[in-house]
Design a protein around this ligand. Structure first.
Ligand SMILES: Cc1cc2nc3c(=O)[nH]c(=O)nc-3n(C[C@H](O)[C@H](O)[C@H](O)COP(=O)(O)OP(=O)(O)OC[C@H]3O[C@@H](n4cnc5c(N)ncnc54)[C@H](O)[C@@H]3O)c2cc1C
Length: 636
């Protein structure tokens, strides 16, 4: 097939809901999708007309390349290469002085503002600066409108895990925001798919398995029947059936203590190949399977895999606690944790999100983006503002304020904060504040965030999924290994459920990596991939993948794909430590602990400062940072 006819067949020439923000840059909203109409320009106008907002007035409606969209990160390279080591020349001195300036409007930055006001009162003036066109950081909302109906989705962090890992502070904050996590079962229903008999499946691709084949029933069919249907060599099939069944003790010559010590120092892959004697032919089956924090089969310590309940360890006779399957149920809004960001904003900036909101009403609450940075409000969020430098105005111990320089509309601005919380990325902080002690800068630069790609594709019907009997497709060798139908979260008047003849969002996830290298190296390569790939390249790979996974059904990528949001996060999950990649040092000597020390009037929040990629970490680190300033300045 010629490239041109493939493009046409896949629908690359179709006008769908994605190209109005090609590579993050507006190219004119005339090019809107089928089923879309001219939209009102403000939330109040939208309320009056009952229509959804236009993408220029309302960032969640911007589709195409989202997440860290191009304009948001265009100054990051200059910051990271030390361009602003000397405090930059200022084009616009706003002459504003805030009680607190926060760098980063993710869940950590927003909650820092909330904790600050809780401690010192609503009269405190707080400015939050963020480089994106929307607030929330990873808590990103994607909104599709098709034939008059709105479909919500999450472009980043999806769920609140509860109750086990949450600190007292974080639990109280979630409650203060009116979220009752025990209600998850009421709002998110996977029964919808059970009604149609849809379940998990695996797509074996020809590049890794010799031919394209979808096998339905992963984990539901007895494993011997499942692998019998898969295109595998006889050796691989036999090994996989053994691994997924009763395993012998592959380390019989070792004591339990020796087993634990060995598993701690080898990768899961090494365990599978060397100890479980799995044929290398079977390895591609494990490609898409990540561990916690998206460690892969080659970077997950075997002991971590065993504790997670991965296959192959059941004959080892490990103590029960070494085999428990981690996990807790989760609360999930249709737009993921973007609703948490919205609840925080509504509590602090009632003009931006009018009304008193809880977990129900927030989902459809109108957001006046024009009121986020309002003179009359004590808490303000200033978007599209990339902070390039922060410095005490004078000696650290004597300065009354911290100067904060930020780029907005191509011009260098300056505000002052009596206090500053850096709720951005640890690895960037050494360049934002080069006055920090050398050991602290080195510690902050230690972590390499995990790159993540969360793609949302709106399809106009899911009859093909029904025809195949699948609700999710694990495609170990494909560009997006994880593919699943939206579970249909229905809350606060938003109806996420659809019937197979109606549209649905398909979530596709990729953690770009380069198997075989050290974990940090893999992360760096993955970050580079996400930073450099063009939207059209993502789109082509998505369309090709749909065509292959759903081959033989009535699915036609050219007409069935009606919207696309590719949320790229080169700066994704916070880095976490493990026994393969990081030195074994006491907890207080970990780089994130050394890195997050307060420096004069500057404190450090964000989930990197907790070395864990979770909502509660974002909150806990915000609380700690605020507390450090309050105590050190005698403000509490
Ligand atoms: C794809 C994805 C899925 C996830 N899923 C979950 C989940 O389901 N559950 C969960 O608990 N956690 C999840 N996480 C982890 C998530 O990172 C945390 O839960 C939390 O949202 C992090 O909040 P934060 O404020 O620390 O960081 P961020 O959300 O990254 O916010 C930091 C903000 O600072 C901004 N910033 C950086 N540098 C500058 C600068 N120089 N100037 C101005 N602004 C700057 C950033 O752009 C960003 O907006 C997920 C993360 C990703 C990437």
């Amino acid at each position: 097939m010629s490239e041109r006819s493939e493009f046409r067949d896949l629908g690359m020439d179709r006008r769908i809901d994605r190209r109005d923000f090609l590579n993050g840059v507006a190219i004119g909203l005339g090019a809107v999708s089928t089923g879309l109409h001219a939209r009102p320009a403000s939330a109040s106008e939208a309320r009056q007309t009952g229509q959804s907002l236009s993408a220029d007035a309302y960032p969640p409606r911007r589709l195409g390349l989202r997440g860290q969209h191009a304009t948001a990160v265009e100054a990051f390279g200059a910051i990271q290469s030390g361009t602003f080591a000397a405090f930059p020349g200022i084009d616009v001195d706003t002459r504003e002085t805030y009680d607190l300036v926060i760098v980063g409007g993710g869940l950590s930055g927003l909650s820092a503002a909330y904790f600050w006001q809780k401690a010192l009162g609503a009269g405190q003036r707080v400015l939050i600066l963020d480089n994106h066109d929307d607030f929330g950081g990873h808590a990103k909302r994607n909104e599709f409108v098709y034939n008059g109906r709105t479909y919500l989705s999450f472009g980043g962090t999806m769920s609140i895990a509860t109750p086990y890992p949450y600190s007292y502070m974080s639990k109280r904050l979630v409650e203060d925001l009116g979220v009752d996590v025990t209600k998850n079962a009421e709002v998110t229903s996977r029964e919808l798919f059970d009604t149609y008999g849809l379940g998990p499946s695996t797509f074996f691709d020809k590049e890794h398995f010799g031919e394209d084949r979808l096998v339905v029933g992963t984990g539901r069919l007895p494993w011997d029947q499942f692998f019998a249907k898969a295109p595998l060599s006889e050796a691989a099939r036999k090994d996989l059936i053994r691994l997924y069944g009763e395993n012998p003790d592959y380390m019989a010559e070792l004591s339990v203590e020796q087993k634990l010590a060995t598993l701690d120092k080898i990768s899961y892959q090494e365990f599978l190949l060397k100890y479980a004697r799995m044929s290398p032919d079977a390895l591609p089956f494990f490609l898409g399977q990540g561990g916690r924090n998206n460690k892969r089969v080659d970077t997950t310590p075997a002991l971590e895999a065993a504790r997670r309940g991965s296959v192959g360890f059941d004959g080892l006779g490990l103590p029960k606690e070494e085999q428990f399957r981690q996990g807790s149920y989760t609360f999930h809004f249709p737009d993921g944790n973007a609703s948490i960001a919205r609840l925080l904003v509504s509590r602090m900036m009632p003009k931006a999100i009018p009304g008193t909101h809880d977990m129900h009403s927030i989902v459809r609450a109108a957001v006046e983006y024009g009121k986020l940075d309002d003179d009359a409000s004590n808490v303000r969020v200033r978007l599209n503002s990339t902070v390039t430098r922060v410095a005490h105005d004078g000696a650290v111990d004597n300065a009354d304020v911290v100067k904060v320089a930020y780029l907005r509309d191509g011009r260098m601005h300056q505000v002052r904060g009596r206090n500053v919380v850096l709720a951005c990325y640890n690895a960037m902080i050494p360049n934002l504040a080069p006055e920090l002690p050398a050991a602290q800068r080195e510690a902050l630069a230690y972590s390499v965030k995990v790159p993540m790609l969360y793609t949302n594709v709106l399809i106009r019907r899911w009859t093909a999924f029904k025809q195949l009997g699948v609700a999710s497709i694990n495609a170990p060798g494909m560009y997006h290994p994880s593919n699943s139908l939206d579970p249909g979260t229905t809350v606060g008047g938003y109806r996420g459920m659809t019937t197979p003849e109606e549209p649905i969002v398909v979530h596709m996830v990729r953690n770009p990596n380069q198997p075989g290298l050290k974990r940090k190296e893999q992360n760096r390569i993955g970050q580079q991939e996400l930073r450099t790939m063009k939207f059209e390249e993502f789109e082509l790979s998505i369309r090709r993948q749909f065509a292959r996974m759903l081959a033989g059904t009535n699915f036609d990528p050219a007409v069935d794909i009606v919207g696309m949001a590719v949320n790229r996060w080169p700066d994704g999950y916070s880095y976490t430590y493990d026994t393969l990649a990081d030195p074994d040092v006491p907890p207080e000597q970990r780089p994130h602990v050394i890195g997050r020390q307060r420096f004069g009037r500057i404190a450090i929040a964000n989930s990197d400062a907790g070395a864990a990629a979770f909502t509660n970490q974002a909150f806990d680190e915000a609380h700690r940072a605020v507390q450090e300033i309050l105590v050190s300045r005698g403000l509490a």
